[in-house]
Design a protein around this ligand. Structure first.
Ligand SMILES: C[S@@+](CC[C@H](N)C(=O)[O-])C[C@H]1O[C@@H](n2cnc3c(N)ncnc32)[C@H](O)[C@@H]1O
Length: 263
């Protein structure tokens, strides 16, 4: 199915600044959004030791001087374009998650709960001045006004017949998911597929404001969702499009996590 939302074609990644891209979307036009934004880790100087071959987040796009203003505008736009009842899944660490949660409440979102990503093989704490970071968080927030989506049957499908807990235990993104190019903060496809299937339905439009290497758009495509995505960096969009063009390779990695009725 190829539909448009005004001038934006579905299932495309646009090389645009996120705020410019979002301004092209009408109010109440997307069913859900999965937002993996810059965390602003680079600017506060954390996590820049490259010893032992571990990759640090030290990217220009992650250094935002007016981070609070940027995050406010981003969340306001996401609220505007979500349909009532639409879910926003928003990644973060302590660098951005408290600001994000607080702003969500001011803007009008209902913060439903928080997922934890427990990393099974986290990079070590290089200096030993703090415990090893082994978690990231995903806020689930909803634009109120209609019933929100939580697919209990799917939750049971991926958890031996029982509802899931709000913890995803999975390793850092494996190399086999990086065949089309290296990217410093690629999210694992298994966790992303679960999030999308839990909080959207088939044919829904899933907004991916920051495409990166395309994990969320790949998971959406595999799950028979429509997507719209933005990124400022064409080299990352190229990786994402290569993954989309070779979708069957990704399907083989997460086939057990796809909804049996849509796989
Ligand atoms: C955390 S990464 C997303 C990674 C993605 N979840 C994945 O698994 O590949 C954030 C992305 O946002 C992009 N980005 C940063 N600032 C942006 C902006 N103002 N507008 C659009 N894209 C931006 C970066 O180029 C980067 O690819």
């Amino acid at each position: 199915m190829n539909r448009n939302i005004e001038q934006l074609e579905l299932n495309q990644i646009y090389q645009l600044d996120v705020l410019e891209g979002l301004s092209l979307l009408p109010d109440n036009s997307v069913d859900s959004a999965i937002d993996d934004p810059p965390y602003n880790i680079g600017l506060v100087g954390a996590h820049v030791n490259l010893r032992n071959g571990y990759q640090a987040i030290n990217e220009d796009w992650d250094k935002i001087e007016n981070f609070e203003e940027f995050t406010t505008e981003l969340l306001c736009q996401l609220y505007r374009v979500l349909k009532p009842g639409g879910s926003l899944l928003n990644y973060g660490t302590h660098h951005n998650i408290f600001l994000t949660g607080q702003l969500m409440k001011y803007i009008g979102f209902k913060v439903k709960m928080m997922y934890v990503w427990k990393k099974l093989n986290p990079p070590p704490s290089f200096l030993g001045t703090n415990p090893t970071y082994a978690t990231e968080f995903i806020i689930w927030a909803v634009k109120e006004g209609s019933k929100c989506t939580y697919n209990l049957d799917y939750a049971k499908h991926i958890n031996s017949g029982k509802n899931i807990r709000n913890v995803f235990e999975t390793p850092l993104t494996p190399q086999r998911e990086k065949k089309y190019g290296k990217f410093p903060c690629q999210k694992p496809l298994d966790m992303t597929t679960k999030l999308i299937n839990l909080h959207s339905n088939e044919n829904d439009v899933v907004l991916v404001p920051f495409c990166g290497s395309g994990t969320e758009v790949v998971a959406a495509a595999l799950s028979n969702r429509q997507f719209i995505s933005f990124d400022i960096n064409q080299k990352y969009i190229d990786i994402a499009n290569a993954r989309l063009n070779n979708l069957e390779e990704s399907r083989a990695l997460v086939s057990g996590l796809l909804n049996p009725t849509s796989a």
